[in-house]
Write a protein that binds this ligand. Structure first.
Ligand code: CTP
Ligand code: MG
Length: 385
């Protein structure tokens, strides 16, 4: 039909008029909350993501037609809503009355809230290519038994010839409308009516995400799949200070080191604190030590590391993050760090409210640290939402 018509017009009917008795969530199923919106809105997002712009028809419970209209206009911004019937079949029939001049109709259960848009496109393509019905299906992985009343096994069904079918189910519009007009029995999917009317329907590859939310367990699974992966960020920072010429005190890792030669700097020259500040600010994407603590700002002249760390922590938390941990390495010949390592870690961890590990190393006599001209520090910070 693609070849003769050029542009294929597609209508998508989203049936959302069921009551959701098995879910029993206190509202008609399509209007039950799911990850911050509703099952119906999730389904409509899938339709919105289709490659082509179909005509969209939502079939809703009569008392929720206005609610559904609001959701449709928010998510897709076009389309129409109609009241459904007592059975799924009656609801589809109500939607079919509005397909207009569509060439292909897709019927989709709102309850299959997580169906990928690509599955809609795949079904459209299959119908357009074959001119016949196409429905998504997946192989059945459980062994299936046919049982009698009371549970006695009658036979094991050969599962290799079974398909668990899903929606959207796609058909040539005229054939589906005619099949509905001449329907002689109640069915649970549209492919059955098409088969009854003598039309071939093929199964195309389905998608596990097109599972139907039927029970509370399914709803939990959908919530779980929609939960955002926990966000984490890392940042790195370094700082270097030369030993001071004059007789200045040494401040390192927010501790004073009596008897050790001090470091030069606008503030107290604490490279451990400054490297951590840069790592934290970088992780949160809120600037760096130069932009946040300008050297012209008198509040920071001669300030100790704790002032910088407290402000960096505040900025990180203000941006919605919490500090997970920090790792710092101090590079230099002096001071001998090991004797006060535990004290330094406890001090900085306390200031940041997160575990901080501080290690120290020398550079085997190489470079400015090896020559004893100054010390450097490298910090890595991990933050999370
Ligand atoms: N549906 C419909 N009109 C009906 C019955 C069902 O539009 N009278 C829709 C449902 O809203 C759902 C889809 O058909 O999106 C599949 O039906 P099902 O999963 O059975 O949903 P419910 O009938 O709502 O659930 P239950 O059978 O547990 O009551
Ligand atoms: Mg039902």
């Amino acid at each position: 039909m693609c070849g003769t018509l050029g542009v294929v017009k597609v209508a998508v009917i989203v049936v959302a008029a069921g009551s959701g008795t098995r879910l029993a969530a206190g509202a008609p199923k399509a209007f039950v909350p799911l990850a911050g919106s509703t099952i119906l809105e999730h389904a409509l997002h899938s339709v919105a993501g289709m490659r082509d712009e179909p005509h969209v028809i939502v079939v809703a419970p009569a008392e929720l037609v206005d609610d559904a209209r609001g959701m449709l206009s928010r998510v897709i911004g076009r389309g129409e809503v109609v009241a459904g019937g007592a059975t799924r079949q009656a609801s589809v029939a109500a939607g079919l009355a509005l397909v207009g001049d569509a060439d292909i109709v897709l019927v989709h259960d709102a309850a299959r809230a997580l169906t990928p848009s690509a599955l809609f496109d795949r079904v459209v393509d299959a119908v357009a290519a074959s001119g016949a019905g196409a429905i998504p299906g997946l192989p059945v992985s459980d062994t299936i038994k046919r049982t009698a009343d009371g549970g006695a096994i009658v036979e094991t069904v050969d599962r290799s010839e079974l398909s668990a079918v899903q929606t959207p189910q796609g058909f040539p519009a005229a054939e589906l409308i005619a099949a509905y007009a001449s329907a002689a029995r109640d069915v649970t999917d549209d492919a059955q009516l098409m088969a009854d009317a003598g039309h071939p329907v093929a199964v195309v590859e389905g998608d596990p995400l097109a599972f139907k939310v039927t029970t509370l367990w399914d709803l939990r699974r959908a919530e779980e799949l929609l939960r955002p992966a926990s966000a984490t960020r890392i940042g790195v920072g370094t700082d270097t200070h030369a030993f001071a010429q004059a007789d200045a005190p040494l401040w390192l890792a927010c501790l004073e080191w009596p008897g050790e030669r001090g470091l030069a700097g606008h503030s107290d020259g604490d490279p451990v604190a400054h490297a951590i500040v840069d790592a934290l600010l970088a992780a949160a994407g809120v600037g760096d030590i130069g932009t946040v603590f300008g050297t012209s700002d008198p509040r920071f002249a001669g300030a100790h590391g704790e002032v910088f760390l407290a402000e960096a922590r505040r900025l990180v938390e203000h941006a919605g993050w919490r500090i997970e941990n920090v790792s710092v390495q101090l590079i230099g010949n002096r001071p001998r760090f090991a004797p006060r390592k535990a004290e330094a870690e406890a001090r900085v961890s306390g200031l940041l409210g997160a575990p901080v590990a501080i290690t120290a190393t020398t550079t085997d006599g190489l470079g400015f640290t090896g020559r004893g001209e100054g010390v450097a520090a490298i910090a890595t910070a991990l933050i999370a939402r």
